[in-house]
Design a protein around this ligand. Structure first.
Ligand code: AMP
Ligand code: MG
Length: 432
């Protein structure tokens, strides 16, 4: 914690100005946050993307019975003969969902379908394609060549997927499609999840216009609200869209007060540089303990974070004030806000996947700050992955982000990269 000052190590939320590395800023945010705990029940069909608030315990063994993994013939492994073909007499057919009621004697077998319950005494299934079947007067003769099958093959065991009484899924899990199927396989129709995190979102800047308004001289459309709304929706959060706020302390104070009353988090862009003007610092100092961080990164400075205090006893509402440049707003979202918001939502650690890719071009970089370049990760002709940068990398050039599927992350101490070197990339596309 070189440049951070001792007090920040103790309490990362002390209002004031701090110089931090990206890693220090991420750690300080993670250390400050307390996850939400507000469980509610939802029907399984509406639980995709929600965060489990309690372990899901399996009430049953899955599968509930030993069953066949193949279409074939079920028999006793003891009927296999060393070095010689086994010949078994087929005495019936067994379908999934219709257990066999009769007896099967030694030397006999049953035609069995995938998923059908293994009859008592039978322990092995030979797949159809591994045997030769000859019709006979009292049942088909099934020939199994020596060595093609061993006792126990192709039998799924009761409880091999999930055991009764044990957790099938842990609290903190963000439910994905396979999880919904898993819960359904247990016969469970409702799950206990955290209520959705409520995030109030607004943009600041006198130059911003909202969609539908005409663009007068010097004004631009507010794009950050849409990028950030998309990022928040993809994470499954409830977004309170508070629109545009002028660079005016009274308007800022009123909007923040409204946001604090209704949301767990306030996410803003622009004017953090809010800190540039003393009056915005005064507004924030009145409402909570927001720190202004000069994080050693590019793009992305400046960035402010801290608790806005509600009435005593209530958990704070957390302010993430991102820079206004459209690329910087998204980069800081991925670098600082994404995991923090998931943590607040009660989710277990969910960092963006990091992979190593061969960089197709040289990148100039000076040590002492983390740099985020926008790139497209794609399969390399020689195998593995390569990453190419998406054109001009200015912090205002949103197209560089729109075309990208990943961030090339050049670490704090790293110097320039030569073409062909391996670099770290954070995948952000197609994921939440
Ligand atoms: P700021 O952080 O307010 O100094 O803004 C930095 C740059 O980002 C300025 O050029 C702003 O016009 C631009 N900017 C700020 N907010 C937005 C926004 N919501 N949408 C698009 N551009 C923005
Ligand atoms: Mg501004």
């Amino acid at each position: 914690m070189s440049a951070t000052g001792p007090e920040l190590g103790m309490s990362p939320l002390m209002a004031g100005d701090h110089n931090l590395s990206v890693a220090e800023a991420r750690a300080a945010i993670a250390a400050a946050l307390q996850p939400l705990h507000a469980p509610e029940q939802v029907p399984l069909a509406q639980a995709l993307g929600r965060v489990l608030a309690a372990d899901v315990l399996s009430p049953i063994d899955v599968p509930a019975h030993d069953n066949s993994a193949m279409d074939g013939y079920a028999f006793r492994g003891a009927d296999l003969v060393q070095q010689q073909p086994a010949v078994l007499r087929a005495v019936g057919t067994l379908f999934a969902g219709a257990p066999w009621a009769g007896e099967v004697a030694a030397g006999e077998c049953l035609r069995i379908m995938t998923g059908a319950v293994m009859p008592p005494g039978l322990d092995t299934v030979v797949p159809l394609e591994l045997c030769r079947v000859e019709p006979g007067p009292d049942g088909d003769a099934v020939h199994i060549a020596p060595g093609v099958i061993r006792t126990g093959d192709n039998r799924r065991h009761r409880g091999e997927d999930l055991r009764a009484g044990l957790p099938a899924l842990r609290a903190g899990r963000v439910l994905k499609p396979a999880d919904l199927g898993l819960v359904a396989s247990l016969g469970i129709a409702q799950v206990t999840v955290q209520r959705r995190l409520r995030v109030a979102l607004f943009s600041t800047g006198n130059e911003l216009r909202t969609l539908g308004q005409p663009l007068d001289a010097g004004s631009i459309y507010d794009s950050n609200r849409y990028s950030l709304m998309g990022a928040l929706q993809r994470l499954g959060f409830e977004v309170l869209d508070l629109g545009l706020v002028a660079d005016d302390p009274a308007a800022l104070q009123a909007t923040l007060a409204d946001a604090m009353a209704r949301a767990d988090v306030v996410l803003t862009s622009g004017g953090v540089s809010m800190g540039d003007a003393d009056h915005t610092r005064e507004v924030l100092a009145r409402l909570g303990e927001v720190a202004f961080w000069k994080v050693a990164m590019r793009p992305g400075r400046p960035f402010a974070f801290g608790p806005l205090q509600r009435e005593t006893g209530a958990p704070p509402c957390w302010l993430f004030a991102l820079p206004g440049n459209p690329v910087a707003a998204l980069v800081t979202f991925y670098a600082f806000a994404r995991e923090a918001l998931l943590q607040l939502a009660g989710a277990s650690a969910a960092p963006l996947p990091v992979l190593q890719a061969r960089c197709t071009a040289a990148i100039r970089k000076r040590p002492g700050r983390t740099e985020f370049q926008r790139g497209v990760v794609e399969p390399a002709p020689e195998g593995g992955w390569q990453v190419r940068l998406t054109g001009s990398q200015g912090a205002g050039i949103l197209r560089s982000m729109s075309e990208a599927n990943a961030l090339v992350v050049l670490a704090h101490e790293q110097a320039s990269v030569a073409a062909g070197e391996m670099v770290d990339v954070w995948l952000f596309d197609g994921l939440h």
